[in-house]
Design a protein around this ligand. Structure first.
Ligand SMILES: [Zn+2]
Length: 123
């Protein structure tokens, strides 16, 4: 593997995606459709043996930028669910900024930290 790019996060994601795709397509009764699941697998293998290390690194960086946004959304949603009895999550009616309010305090007068617009919210 000297001079070759090797495996990275995108390769791992491609392998997992290929595995999941082959599992899903197993249940679709169309002949040879499951062959599609070899495409991400083939691309992952191509990337591992590629000599164009710079380009593969750029691909991985782009993938990680997208992935961190997806993972961040899941992390925040999970945290909101865990805090649902203590906090009420709402959005500013003016700028759509997400706002966390303490729960069970009745009607609150809220000032948006982003646009300073004031509005009332029942908590
Ligand atoms: Zn606002």
């Amino acid at each position: 593997m000297v001079g070759r790019y090797g495996a990275d996060q995108l390769t791992l994601a491609l392998l997992i995606f290929s595995f999941l795709l082959s599992f899903v397509l197993m249940w679709v009764p169309v002949p040879f459709l499951s062959m599609i699941s070899y495409l991400p697998l083939g691309y992952g293998i191509f990337r591992m043996f590629s000599r164009n290390i710079l380009k593969r690194g750029e691909e991985n960086a782009r993938f990680l930028a997208v992935w961190s946004r997806v993972a961040g959304w899941f992390r925040r949603t999970k945290q909101h669910w865990a805090d649902r009895k203590v906090y009420r999550f709402t959005r500013c009616p003016n700028c759509r900024q997400k706002i966390r309010l303490p729960k069970g305090r009745g009607k609150l007068r809220v000032t948006c930290p982003k646009c300073r617009r004031q509005f009332e919210k029942k908590t």
